[in-house]
Write a protein that binds this ligand. Structure first.
Ligand SMILES: Nc1ncnc2c1ncn2[C@@H]1O[C@H](COP(=O)(O)OP(=O)(O)O)[C@@H](O)[C@H]1O
Ligand SMILES: [Mg+2]
Length: 267
């Protein structure tokens, strides 16, 4: 199967600092890829490059075979949706109106709303459990609710590639699980190719078919969760000791941080 989005040997600098070094990534239709990596490892920068917000210094990004920046804005928005790391706070609009912004690439230049638009907005609100909050102002809901609104907006957009930058950062465990359920369902039923930047090591192992571990701007490991989530890889990338075993209930890899022991204390 051809990847929906592919990056080859991507390099990026801020000033004279190397931020991304030779990054390769492929996103396939129907697959959820989880992008792991410590703070500052380059996840957000990579997502901005994949979505065409930033241009790589070297290397290639191809969305459906073309550079992202070569698409007209609406066409691009029908193919790719991106959710940034910081949910908007000061948009003076309701949750529903904000989610409906996701429909702009499907509307005519005069912005007429169709029943399809209304259905897709209602579906996105349902999937993110926001229907009851649809009339509330974006500035008058919690950070987690606002984060779900950004995901709802991306779902309403109906793009085939979804790039989500730490979409679960503010979510409680119930809504974290719900997020991964929804993104997996979109992949399985609509063929969406999703990239989710995350710090949910164990949770993403339950859902992510493929994990890309970024460390200091380079791909340290990528592949199935059992291949990527090893104590050696986690220690090298995050500098913490963890135990990696299998969740007895599901068989998925489970990552548990180990408490640091003061020097000289015997176990
Ligand atoms: N606008 C910017 N200007 C300069 N440096 C930046 C900018 N944005 C991010 N950086 C730096 O680039 C590196 C990667 O950042 P980022 O991609 O945000 O990492 P992550 O999302 O993995 O936490 C960090 O060292 C960060 O400090
Ligand atoms: Mg980031």
């Amino acid at each position: 199967m051809n990847p929906a989005l592919t990056a080859r040997k991507v390099e990026f600098r801020y000033g004279d600092r190397d931020i991304l070094r030779g990054v390769d990534i492929d996103l396939f239709p129907g697959e959820v890829t989880v992008l792991l990596g410590p703070n500052g490892s380059g996840k957000s920068t990579l997502i901005k490059i994949l979505s065409g917000v930033l241009s790589p210094r070297a290397g290639d990004v191809l969305l459906c075979g073309r550079p992202p920046r070569s698409f007209p804005r609406r066409e691009m928005a029908r193919l790719l949706s991106a959710v940034g790391q910081d949910p908007p706070v000061d948009f003076p609009m309701t949750v529903e109106a904000y989610v409906a912004l996701g429909r702009f690439p499907h509307q005519g230049f005069f912005g007429g709303t169709t029943s399809e638009d209304r259905e897709q907005v209602a579906r996105a609100l349902d999937l993110t459990e926001l229907a009851a909050l649809r009339g509330r102002a974006l500035s008058e809901i919690s950070a987690g609710e606002r984060q779900r609104a950004t995901v709802a907006r991306a779902i309403a957009q109906g793009a085939t590639v979804m790039l989500l930058d730490e979409p679960t950062a503010f979510l409680d465990i119930r809504h974290r699980v719900a997020f991964y359920e929804v993104v997996t369902r979109l992949a399985e039923t609509c063929g969406v190719a999703a990239l989710v930047a995350s710090h949910d090591l164990s949770l993403c192992a339950e859902y992510g078919e493929r994990i890309v571990l970024l460390s200091d701007g380079a791909v340290a490991a990528q592949g199935r969760p059992e291949r990527v989530l090893t104590p050696e890889n986690v220690r090298a990338a995050y500098g913490v000791e963890v135990a990696c075993d299998r969740n007895p209930a599901t068989g998925a890899i489970r990552v548990t941080p180990l408490r640091a022991r003061p020097p000289g204390v015997e176990t």
